[in-house]
Structures are given as structure tokens and as C-alpha cells.
Design a protein around this ligand. Structure first.
Ligand code: SAM
Length: 427
């Protein structure tokens, strides 16, 4: 989501005449787009922000903008006091405060009213930032902003606000527009992406959106993330099967294998229901890959409860598991009401156990692809090695002197590991 937001800000700034610099020292304007989903992300953002202070001291005309969840949708009055070298703060996905600030600065030279300038910059077609034009193969399109689910551990609803879907036609136009600028693959984003359309007038759903996007000529692949177990519909699974451009890859977080922990997390399903769902997805979508998210060390998680998460991951043999150690986030129900009583070393031990297990599982699943040919959409090259992904989201590297950017080619795999694979062009 932040990658998509940053690209949007870069595009708006280019319309105002800004160009990108390679280092912060050369910049007239620095935007820090922040994530606070875990304490470690917040610490990183604050560390980075503190490191910008000397630049502002050297050059008081430098504009520093902090955007994203560190600020949140409700603003953050304490923030300005703590970081007086910050000029503008912007909520997640909203470049408007920065554009206002910059327009106000230049308003004296302009005959347009400030609001007209802001509208002219933010409205209209989304043009990729210059450095991406003709080069970006895979782009993100946010389709559901915010989240209204309120998992007890999660800070996102309070930082990104209530769930709201973007209008169907806006998404379609943005995708068409991106494809005209050279993009071949789009990934639709939402905290619960399969709730797309529920708040819109008419009968729009993620499945109907996939059908609409599928008709865009020259668009090769469509992905979506993140799903929630309770909101994946049969209609959606059918769309993945029926529409060849929609990739056979589902990201559906589980979070825990024990029902009491799931209930304390307020996830709204049981471990058995999650297992059934994975079975159903596999039955309906041949060759599908499935990724999950897991949190270890949730308040009160016992060794026995953790073992159930371990067993679930072991039984389900997922392609990928994004693992996290529970991090209490200020203002969440869990942080306020549930003591963070699993010691850090224990969280780390559980994390490592799952990490090792998943490494073996991913290695084994990927090894089955050895000596087979897979379809790869190539995205970029570094030192003679092209990087691309299969429809099932496996990372593949190929050495080639050909310009493979944006090409979908068959690759014969001659090495596979848990996180990536290497092959040669098959044709
Ligand atoms: N909205 C999706 C969902 O929860 O189903 C996923 C998006 S969330 C930004 C990404 C992942 O971060 C979550 O799936 C969860 O595993 C992890 N996460 C969120 N809050 C956390 C916390 N307080 N501590 C540790 N991990 C957390």
C-alpha cells in the first residue's frame, strides 16, 4: 500500500515540476512514507526521521513531509512538537496536505487559486513517475482503503480509517491508463481485498472487477491481496479459475492455529474453518499457491496453543508464510486489555521454529518444479540476471543478454530453493 501511495505522490510532484534526486543531500523536499504495523517498523521510521534533522539544520528551506501511519488519519498533535523539523504531515494515501503546502509556497507567483492548483495536480489521470515510465512491469492499485475489521492486535484501522472501496470505473480507468504506460501486471490492494464493492452502490464485487479488468488488452496478469478467510467467495474462486489473466495465487492470513487465540484476536473463524478453506481453494483452483500470515506470542499464547499453529502450518504445507512476533500497538484492544506476557526470547524461539519449518516446506514444494518449464513475467535486470515471477508468485532468476522486461516467457528450472529459483529460457 505504501509503495502505491509513494508512486502517487511522486507523480503529483512531477506535475509540479519536481524531479527525483538520488540522495537526500541533493533534495529540496524529502517525504518519509511510514508504516507502524509493528514496533520495529515504527522505530525504523523514527530513526530515519531523526537522521534527517541535520539536513534541515544545514538547509532551512528543505521541506520535510512525513506521511502514512506514523501520522494516521486523525493527525497527530504531539507529533509536530516532538519533531519540529517536520514541515508537513499527511495521513496515509493522501498527498493533499503536501500539495497544499507546496502550492501555498508558490501561490504568490500563481494566478490560479490555491485550491484550483491542488485540484489540477491531484485530479486527472495518474501518470507514472518518470523513472517508471515504460519500465514498470508490475504496478499496485489500491482498491479498498482503510479497514473496519478491528482485529484486536492491529493498529491499521485506527491509522488508515474506515474501509471504503474506490469506484469501479476509477479502478478500471487507472488500470487502462497504467497499461498504456507499459504496465503488464497489476496487483489490486486492500486490507480485506475481497470485501471490495460491499460499500458501493450497485452490485460490484472483487470478482466483477476481475472480469472487467480481464478485458484490458495488453494487460497480462492480475493479482489481488490480502484476502480474509471469511470473505473469499465462490464467485471469487470461480473468477480465478475462469479468467486466465488472474494469477493462481491467494494470500490469506491465518494468524494462529488455536481457536482461543483466534477468538482473542477477533479474527472471526476457527482453525478448522481455515483448514477447510485451504482445502476448498486447492480443490477449486488447480496448481494454486497459497500464502499465509502468522503471529506468534500473542498475549496468553501457551506452548500448547503455539503447537497447534505449528501443526496447522505443518499440515497445510503453504507455499509461503509471513511470520511475525506479536508487537503491542498503542491504542489497540490487545495492547490495552491483554498483557503482553510471552517473553521476547520465547516469541523468538517460536518464530524460529516456524521459520525453520516453513523453510523446509517451501523448499520441498519448490523442488517439485525442478526440470519443469514455468511461465515467468520478467520485471527487471541486475548485472545480467533477470528477475520475474510465475503466476503462483515464485521468484525466478534467469541469466540472459536479451531484453526480457515485460515479456512472459517459459523458463526451464535447473535450481530451486525455498525463496527463489534459477532457470534458462525454454524457448
Ligand atoms: N489485513 C490483512 C489481515 O490481517 O488479514 C493483512 C495486512 S497486515 C498489514 C499484515 C500482517 O501484519 C498481518 O497479517 C499480521 O500477521 C501482521 N500484524 C499486524 N499487526 C501486528 C502486530 N500487532 N504484531 C505482530 N504482527 C502484526
Amino acid at each position: 500500500m505504501n509503495v502505491a501511495d509513494s508512486r502517487r505522490v511522486a507523480s503529483a510532484l512531477e506535475k509540479m515540476g519536481y524531479t527525483q534526486t538520488r540522495t537526500p543531500d541533493d533534495a529540496d523536499l524529502i517525504i518519509l512514507n511510514t508504516c507502524v504495523v509493528r514496533q520495529s517498523a515504527e522505530d525504523k521510521a523514527i530513526g530515519r526521521l531523526s537522521s534527517l534533522r541535520p539536513l534541515k539544520t544545514q538547509n532551512p528551506d528543505l521541506v520535510i513531509n512525513v506521511m502514512g501511519c506514523l501520522v494516521g488519519i486523525h493527525g497527530n498533535p504531539k507529533f509536530q512538537k516532538r519533531f519540529p523539523w517536520v514541515d508537513v504531515i499527511s495521513p496515509p494515501s493522501d498527498p493533499e496536505p503536501l500539495i497544499h503546502f507546496l502550492s501555498e509556497r508558490s501561490a504568490k507567483q500563481s494566478t490560479l487559486s490555491k485550491q484550483m492548483t491542488v485540484n489540477a495536480i491531484l485530479d486527472g489521470q495518474f501518470t507514472l513517475p518518470q523513472e517508471d515510465q515504460g519500465k514498470l512491469v508490475s504496478a499496485y492499485i489500491p482498491i479498498v482503503y482503510g479497514c473496519s475489521h478491528a482485529c484486536t492486535y492491529c493498529i491499521i484501522p485506527s491509522k488508515r480509517g474506515r474501509e471504503h472501496s474506490r469506484p469501479y470505473d476509477d479502478v478500471l480507468h487507472e488500470a487502462q491508463n497504467l497499461v498504456q504506460q507499459g504496465v503488464k501486471e497489476i496487483t489490486l490492494l486492500g486490507q480485506i481485498v475481497d470485501r471490495y464493492g460491499l460499500d458501493l452502490p450497485g452490485h460490484h464485487s472483487l470478482a466483477s472487477l476481475l472480469h472487467g479488468l480481464h478485458q484490458i488488452k495488453d494487460l497480462k496478469r492480475i493479482r489481488f491481496l490480502t484476502s480474509h478467510p471469511n470473505w473469499i467467495t465462490d464467485e471469487l474462486l470461480d473468477a480465478v479459475v475462469d479468467l486466465p489473466k488472474v494469477c493462481q495465487h491467494i494470500e490469506v492470513p491465518n494468524q494462529a492455529g488455536n481457536d482461543e487465540v483466534l477468538s482473542a484476536m477477533h479474527r472471526g473463524y476457527t482453525a478448522a474453518a481455515y483448514r477447510d478453506l485451504v482445502g476448498k481453494i486447492r480443490d477449486r483452483i488447480p496448481g494454486v499457491s497459497i500464502a499465509t500470515d502468522i503471529i506468534v506470542g500473542f498475549p496468553g499464547e501457551t506452548e500448547a496453543q503455539f503447537s497447534q499453529t505449528y501443526d496447522l502450518l505443518n499440515d497445510l504445507q503453504m507455499d509461503v508464510a509471513h511470520l511475525a512476533r506479536y508487537s503491542p500497538r498503542p491504542g489497540t484492544y490487545a495492547a490495552l486489555k491483554l498483557p503482553d506476557n510471552v517473553p521476547d526470547e520465547e516469541k523468538m524461539r517460536r518464530f524460529r521454529l516456524l521459520e525453520n519449518l516453513q523453510k523446509e516446506i517451501s523448499a520441498e514444494i519448490n523442488a517439485r518444479l525442478l526440470d519443469t518449464a514455468v511461465s515467468v513475467l520478467f520485471e527487471e535486470e541486475s548485472r545480467g540476471r533477470w528477475r520475474g515471477r510465475t503466476p503462483t508468485n515464485k521468484l525466478v532468476f534467469v541469466e540472459s543478454l536479451e531484453d526480457l522486461r515485460g515479456q512472459e516467457r517459459l523458463v526451464r528450472l535447473n535450481w530451486t530453493g525455498p525463496w527463489s529459483m534459477i532457470g534458462t529460457l525454454a524457448a
